[in-house]
Design a protein around this ligand. Structure first.
Ligand code: SME
Length: 166
């Protein structure tokens, strides 16, 4: 097999395996009786520590009745952006669009809130409870263009499971 193709397949398989191996661990964390925020913290830590290109992993939630997101548990460097108005940045756009948002290159985005100069790419997946968009999981990567449909599927799975304990 040509080297490029086999390298691609190895990377692909590794990524799939990693995400599939993490699914039962996500369920195990959510099945405990710990406080909700402690369980969400464990999910963030699990993802940030086990997926090499997940450098910052956090949850944002709608802040009461306000049209803004509030930072919840996260793993990675502290961020100044603990409150994000709806419509602002990638997160604020997802609060309104209800759609996954993959950003392969953050420099190419006008409506983007920079948390760290090291971040190259971002994925945000909304979290629905009874059909309502009540928050999101946000991943920053220091690797350029690392996210694809596998990440979307995996993060949708995580959010669906998290929704059950909220
Ligand atoms: N980059 C995000 C802000 C949140 S930080 O990534 C933690 C955005 O543009 O909404």
């Amino acid at each position: 097999m040509p080297l490029l193709k086999s390298t691609f397949l190895n990377t692909f398989t590794k990524k799939m395996n990693m995400q599939n191996e993490l699914r039962p661990k996500v369920l195990a964390i959510l099945n405990t009786n710990a406080e909700v925020n402690a369980r969400l913290q464990d999910i963030c830590d699990l993802l940030q520590e086990n997926i090499s290109y997940y450098d910052w992993v956090g949850f944002y939630f709608k802040n009461g009745t306000k049209e803004e997101l509030k930072l919840g548990p996260y793993s990675g460097e502290p961020t100044d952006h603990t409150i994000i108005p709806f419509g602002k940045g990638i997160c604020g756009q997802v609060a309104l669009s209800n759609e996954n948002f993959i950003v392969p290159d953050v420099k190419a985005q006008d409506n983007y809130i920079a948390c760290s100069i090291n971040v190259k790419a971002e994925i945000v997946v909304p979290l629905f409870v009874n059909g309502e968009n009540i928050g999101q999981i946000d991943i920053d990567s220091n690797t350029p263009d690392p996210f694809n449909k596998d990440d979307e599927d995996f993060l949708e799975f995580v959010n669906k499971q998290v929704a059950k304990i909220l």
